[in-house]
Design a protein around this ligand. Sequence first.
Ligand SMILES: [Zn+2]
Length: 430
Amino acid sequence: MKKIYKAHILFTKEKDRFEVYENGYVAVENGLVIGVSNNLSDFDSEGAELIDFGNRLLIPAMNDMHVHAPQVHNQGVAMDLELLPWLQNYTFPEESKYADVTYAERMYRRFLHTQWLFGTMRSVVFATVHTESTRCLMHLYQEAGMGALVGKVAMNRNCPEALREDVDAAIEGNEQLIREFSDPSPLTSHISPLVRPIITPRFVPSCTPELLKACGELAAKYQLPVQSHLSENISEIAWVAELEPESESYGDAYNRYGLFGQTPTIMAHCVWTHGKELELMKRNDVMVAHCPTSNFNLSSGLAPIRSLLDEGVKIGLGSDISGGHDLNMFRMLTYAIQVSKMHYQQDHSKAFLTLPEVFWIATKSAGSFFGKVGSFEPGYEFDALVIDDSVLYPDEYSLPHRLERFIYVGDDRQILHRFCRGVEIKEPKM
Ligand SMILES: [Zn+2]
């Protein structure tokens, strides 16, 4: 059934400005946007349901492009360590607990509920090595109606025994999930299933060449996307160079195993990506998941997002909990701007990022990893949030400033409705 929503509509078709429709209308049918207009008469409203959100804002929903769901219990803990000791002392012990599906379900429900609160309707997620609890997380996303690419993590070296899985078991576990979460019905075959597996080698240091090769083969065989970590931290890069001496760069180490753009690929961080790695990334159309809070907390560095954007690299934003501490993706927009301002302090030749730019990165640019997601242009999946900013003195501000204030000083309490693929998403059960 066709629905027409009326509200103050804002989105970013282009990266340098907001499209603003004061008292506008967006028409949606079968989960897809038909169009946006200031005039109801532009739509064939025969038989359509009109839903009036009054003085509220209607914007695209958020996408979290890099997040570790099993680290929800560690959120805001051990923020004084760098990457490698933090992994050994906090992350790996916590992830080991996910061998227990009951524990996993309790924590994953908590995680999903927080994502829902903050209006994150799509995610690219790391689970753990455990097939059962990864399946549990995928079922919870399906139950909630929220979109996710979920990765059963592949790792078999430089990690505790409890998180080590041999190559055959990793392939078998992945294939089980791939069979179970393939396209559910011909009716929806024009768009991908909302919840799908993504091939997920943790990072080069935790995967042997045999495992990396097996991951690349799985991605190719089932035409599945790939996610991992890349060039986050100086000592990590040096370690990869030792482990993969044949590779020209860290990115090339993935590329040699078919894990760098041979299928759609997203790499978290890329703080230190430059030169040959950058060229390869551009050539292979690899997306960057920029995780500003994680990069601050783990003292990884300042990712050069303005430069990557100017080079034409695709970018999205990630919370990366629990390296990052915040699941509120709106706040991530402000952090991304702040990182770029610190860059600008060092090099005035690179302008800092603006709000429309980071909004575009977080919505339309990130959303392209899922298909047509993150905009209200015709044909886009209707992933949207209704924002009630009445406590933020809206009458004193223009519509773009109302959105800016919500992003900087608002929180989940102002998010009144959440939609994913045209369906209103109710509060998930805890
Ligand atoms: Zn990560």
